[in-house]
Design a protein around this ligand. Sequence first.
Ligand code: SF4
Length: 488
Amino acid sequence: MLLTDEVLLNYQRCPRRPFLDIYQDTTLQDPEQEFLLKLRRESQVHIAATLAGQNYKQLDSSARDWQARAKETELLMQQGVECIYRGMLLIFGSQQAELPTPTPTNELTLVSTPTLLVKQPGASNFGNWMYEPVNIKLGQRAKPEYRIVAAFQAQILAAVQGVWSQTSRLILRQRNSYAVNLDNWVPRMQAVLEECVQMHFSRAEPEVFISRQRCSLCHWHSYCYEIAQSQQHLSLIPGVTPTRYKHLQELGLTTVESLAHASLDSLGDTIGFETAFRLRQQAQSVLENRAILKSASFNYPTIPTADVEFYFDIEAEPERDLNYLLGILVVNRPTKTEQFYPFMAENPEEEKRIWQDFFELVLLYPDAPIFHFSDYELETIKRLAKQYEIPPIQLDSVLSRLVDLHKRVTTSVTLPVENYSLKSLAKWLGFKWRDSEGSGAQSVCWYDQWLKTGDRALLEAISRYNEDDCRATYCLKDWLVGFLPDAQ
Ligand code: SF4
């Protein structure tokens, strides 16, 4: 069995994923997502930019011949080469005393490819020098899963060079260097490694658990989602986290129906009364396929209705710190007209211009409420106003008109959906996006391609997707006003 950096990284995100990668038919995987390809390209560009002007040695052996690469790496280390790019470290289980037990160690091979192996002072098997592993990552933070992999690399390197490096380093997006404390992270890594090895040797398939954040970019998403749906799995109930799921199982609550009829007393004792009430109501809503008021006695916030209303949505690329489309749907109720304004930056330098155009339109109707669906619009208006110097009095008047419908929905009503994204809510209301493949991530890919190719059809696709988001927000607002008692 081959255990690599990537297997260990994926295992921490979802144990099921490396299991399926090894034991399931790969033709059942989803096609590679454009967004992931884009991230991979950006990672390569980031590594190349970080290494620009540095001296390092690359391996000559074929990328497929792991044993040859490992031998070549060891040879370069013996020669005392200062910096080795993508060296391969390989050890067999029987070589390593600190491997997880009990495992048939002779069947286990550990392989690691740190971005760099950098020569350091100290004594090792090779002479009066030793090496330290360095990983260059596109992420902003030294996430725990990066640190675990860094500790894994340090352990394999220790077996190869006969001594532990002092640290294992991460170089992050801003080129900042982060030293992983091996005293803290090696024991944690060994615990994760042990679980991962046990899973593989026992061939016990981890249960499916759909989590929007981690599953949406996984190539097993369609496969796992179908299984979860066929089982009516509780992970499809919003609010059921892996920890809460364990508690529910301990209480024998394994189906939507059993959760919908659960006793609040026993559930509340385990996960807290408020959470218990929320989860049970969510299960009832799904079971009966109906919207339920959170509480009959709650004082619901008003939702303004005006002659002219704005529905606002932003397309942004956080990686570039760029907002490239500020879209507004203007709904004029007396004239029964709807007009969509896509303020589009055709290149990153136009962000200021579209911001000014957007602000001018917003000031034209000083009484129009501005509906949006998330915190992002509020935070972006504040940030752009500061960056492009809008007078505080004008900014305050615009901020006071913002109405976050996501907040209004989640604090007032429980709906039979799998999550509270705009897509899920509007789909439940019967709204349809014109482009079925449209998404925030796809919009970023379209914009990236537009910058490279100049194909205007891509800008049109982004604009159409953004307009549909604004229209979905409009649809949600009208439904909510009709549903909530005294909403206006
Ligand atoms: S889709 Fe989700 S549950 Fe399935 S393997 Fe991927 S991350 Fe794990």
